[in-house]
Design a protein around this ligand. Structure first.
Ligand SMILES: Nc1ncnc2c1ncn2[C@@H]1O[C@H](COP(=O)(O)OP(=O)(O)OP(=O)(O)O)[C@@H](O)[C@H]1O
Length: 325
């Protein structure tokens, strides 16, 4: 059984001017110890999906479908159970560490808090655990006495990772964990995440708009567009041989050093992502798609098999059935 199973998950925000379908029918599974990357442009629904996993969405968000964590549906859990699950079984690292830390409390107290709140350690054992966690994220034990403003952005993000690890969760959700950091520090933090999840056998969901980062850290990739997963498969295959034209454009937008010259000059995608309140008919990507057919505007688009262990929501990628063109 998968550690995490998403079955037809949808999230709709109800706002004054109507309904915003931010996530639409997402089904994904994550095995214990595996790492799944979720990619997509700004507004594609990645953060909404991540927040839905731990029921951290605001009240105006209506969530449908099933989110099974070790077989237990997160969406129907009692609040007491939900609070126990957060940190202890699954924790989340947000982008921009400085916003997540309390500026007037010492780092050590903040890392120890989830341990004390969940009654997983007495104060003395928690202090020892804080030193151990600081060591795991590459910081000296004396940093426990520092305040957040005494640390760099990269060090603060390491603290957030230490907090996420504190209760030894089985799943960590990392939402753009390195976006606010400079390139060198980004690489260090990514290596740290990669090493820690491998060492502790933790499952990881990492969210980013950068497919190359996800391909480096994750085994599987899901690409989101307008609230839907439009491609899913082994990360190296999706990154180097995308089947969906949107994933192709996204992969081409992040060439890596050493790539052949052909990949260094990607054709940019025209247009903007659609407003979720005014989604195009059929395939939501068709107005921007360089290979769209007339029929794509009316298509009942779904994730079709697109090769071994791969799916893509594009008629050009289907391998199972005859398609109308
Ligand atoms: N609280 C909210 N109320 C109404 N609409 C929202 C709310 N939060 C997000 N949205 C809308 O839901 C859609 C998905 O947003 P979301 O933040 O999940 O996307 P994202 O892919 O994570 O983008 P980014 O990379 O910019 O964080 C967007 O159209 C956004 O405007």
């Amino acid at each position: 059984m998968s550690l995490l199973e998403l079955d037809d998950v949808s999230v709709t925000y109800r706002i004054a001017s109507g309904e915003v379908p931010a996530v639409r029918g997402v089904s994904l599974a994550l095995d214990a110890g595996a790492a799944l990357g979720v990619a997509g442009e700004s507004g594609s629904g990645k953060s909404t999906l991540a927040m839905a996993l731990l029921r951290l969405l605001p009240k105006d968000a209506q969530v449908g479908g099933r989110i099974l964590l070790d077989g237990e549906d997160v969406l129907t859990m009692k609040w007491g159970r939900m609070r126990a699950v957060r940190w202890a079984e699954a924790s989340i690292v947000f982008q921009g560490a400085q916003h997540g830390l309390n500026p007037v409390r010492r780092i050590g107290e903040q890392i120890a808090e989830p341990l004390l709140v969940h009654d997983l350690a007495k104060p003395e054992a928690a202090r020892a655990r804080v030193a151990e966690l600081l060591d795991q994220v590459g910081l000296p034990a004396w940093r426990a006495r520092s305040y957040p403003h005494e640390l760099s952005g990269g060090q603060r993000q390491r603290i957030m990772i230490a907090m996420a690890l504190a209760c030894s969760p089985r799943l960590i959700i990392a939402d753009e964990p390195t976006t606010a950091l400079d390139v060198m520090v980004q690489a260090q933090v990514l290596t740290l995440i990669k090493d820690l999840v491998a060492e502790h056998g933790i499952s990881l969901i990492m969210i980013s708009h950068d497919l190359s980062v996800l391909a480096d850290v994750c085994d599987q990739l899901a690409v989101m567009y307008a609230g839907r997963v439009v491609e899913h498969g082994p990360s190296a295959e999706v990154f180097h041989d995308a089947k969906h034209p949107y994933s192709k454009a996204l992969a081409a937008a992040f060439p890596t050093v050493g790539d052949p010259v052909s990949r260094m000059a990607p054709k940019g995608l025209g247009g903007d992502p659609p407003d979720p309140m005014e989604l195009p008919t059929g395939c939501a990507f068709h107005p921007r798609c360089p290979v769209a057919l007339d029929t794509c505007a009316d298509l009942d688009v779904r994730l079709w098999p697109a090769g071994p262990n791969r799916t893509a929501a594009c008629v050009h990628a289907r391998v199972d059935e005859e398609v109308a063109s």
